[in-house]
Design a binder for this molecule. Structure first.
Ligand SMILES: [Zn+2]
Length: 140
């Protein structure tokens, strides 16, 4: 599991719900996403949670998974069943969490100021993330 830094798309709503603390937060130019080892996006992270130690984030995620199983009604807005999501979240919480480096933050911040159209960059990143093959096998 890792925290992936993405440029915020123009289509992205201003307010998002944090997957870790479940609070609504205002997203900035950079959108930190929690991605599991299977390249599946687990959700967004608020600025407070993104600065937590990796192990603490994993513990909270495991708690979230239990809460999802105990009170599935709280999570019914999701597309998938709470049981599926809970299992996926629980498995993710067992994975080692790779935090973005200061360098990655810096590069993303600089780029988000330079890009005229961040949406174009995002499409490429998502296409690579969605592909199960290595990027160099991908046909563009
Ligand atoms: Zn949070």
């Amino acid at each position: 599991m890792k925290i992936q830094l993405e440029h915020r798309l123009s289509s992205c709503p201003d307010k998002l719900r944090c997957t870790v603390c479940r609070q609504i937060f205002t997203v900035g130019r950079i959108r930190p996403l929690l991605v599991n080892d299977g390249a599946r996006i687990q959700g967004d992270l608020c600025p407070e949670c993104v600065s937590l130690p990796a192990d603490e984030i994993r513990l909270i995620l495991a708690d979230q998974a239990w809460l999802m199983l105990e009170q599935p009604r709280l999570f019914q807005h999701q597309v998938e069943s709470p049981e599926t999501l809970a299992l996926e979240l629980f498995e993710a919480s067992l994975e080692e969490l790779k935090m973005p480096s200061l360098y990655q933050w810096l590069m993303k911040t600089i780029k988000s100021g330079l890009f005229v159209n961040p949406d174009e960059d995002q499409v490429t990143v998502e296409a690579i993330a969605a592909s199960s093959q290595s990027p160099w096998h991908h046909n563009y």
